[in-house]
Design a protein around this ligand. Structure first.
Ligand SMILES: [Zn+2]
Length: 270
């Protein structure tokens, strides 16, 4: 079984600045642990639900905007036990690791020297971290080196559609996933360049037809217009069950179903 926890569901500048929703990224546990796009406050949100940052095996970063990368350095320190053990993997866009035009690099040389694996992820690159196989997918975003991810878990394929404009190659790259998690920054009728709006996500989900779709990374306008309303519109359009993520929502991918609940810190956790 794979377990996915939303350490944040906010995104874009103002939802992040005001912490209208948390911005701690997504944590995937399946024997080993992955942290996707740990934005501002990721460390604090881990503390809130009792996830020990030292148990992370890989950090995945889609692109070089702070709502996606800000806590990466401190989480590298955690993953490497304070920098004392060369272990773990950092898989990130070129902008995050090397820089790309005006973007990045976002991680100091000191921190880049700590993980065992540091890999610039270009679209269609794959890395095996058993039981996971992690692939990068294309994105069309203002940081031109942005990627999305496709993660093969023990319970099926999970697609993470990071910030991107809706283009044909993104739709194609995410076909045949069991679960799709999509970053929806703008609500119905308010599309802007380089990001998915509710309409875009509806089209994408309709084309890919996953078993379950989850929308997250809500900008301020999505929060004002109600994420549940956006999810309902997408579900009606696509015929795919669609959930608006909540902070600390948890998904359990079982063989025959995907269970949705809220993660609660259990007694005895650090
Ligand atoms: Zn972005």
């Amino acid at each position: 079984m794979a377990r996915i926890t939303f350490l944040g569901t906010g995104g874009g500048r103002f939802a992040t600045i005001y912490q209208a929703r948390a911005t701690g990224g997504i944590y995937v546990e399946d024997g080993r642990n992955l942290h996707i796009d740990p934005g501002p406050g990721a460390l604090v949100r881990m503390r809130s639900v009792g996830i020990d940052p030292l148990t992370t095996d890989a950090i995945l970063v889609s692109h070089c905007h702070p709502d996606h990368y800000l806590d990466v350095e401190i989480l590298i320190e955690a993953m490497t036990e304070g920098g004392t053990r060369k272990q773990g993997a950092l898989l990130a866009s070129q902008s995050v690791i090397e820089g790309n035009g005006d973007f990045g690099p976002a991680i100091s040389k000191y921190h880049l020297a700590k993980p065992k694996i540091v890999k610039v992820m270009q679209p269609f690159n794959k890395v095996s971290l058993k039981p996971f196989e992690i692939g990068a997918t294309p994105s069309a975003h203002s940081d031109t080196s942005s990627v999305g991810f496709r993660i093969q878990t023990s319970a099926g394929m999970v697609s993470y559609v990071a910030d991107t404009q809706l283009v044909e190659q993104v739709i194609k790259a995410h076909k045949h996933c069991r679960l799709m998690i999509a970053c929806v920054t703008r609500p119905l009728g308010q599309r802007i360049p380089h990001h998915l709006s509710t309409e875009d996500a509806g089209y994408l989900i309709e084309k890919v037809k996953p078993e379950l779709a989850v929308i997250t990374h809500f900008g301020m306008r999505v929060i004002q217009e109600n994420p549940e309303t956006q999810a309902k519109w997408i579900e009606d359009r696509s015929g795919v069950k669609t959930v608006a993520a909540r902070d600390f929502m948890m998904l359990e991918l079982k063989k025959d179903a995907i269970a949705v609940s809220d993660r609660i810190r259990s007694a005895g956790e650090k």
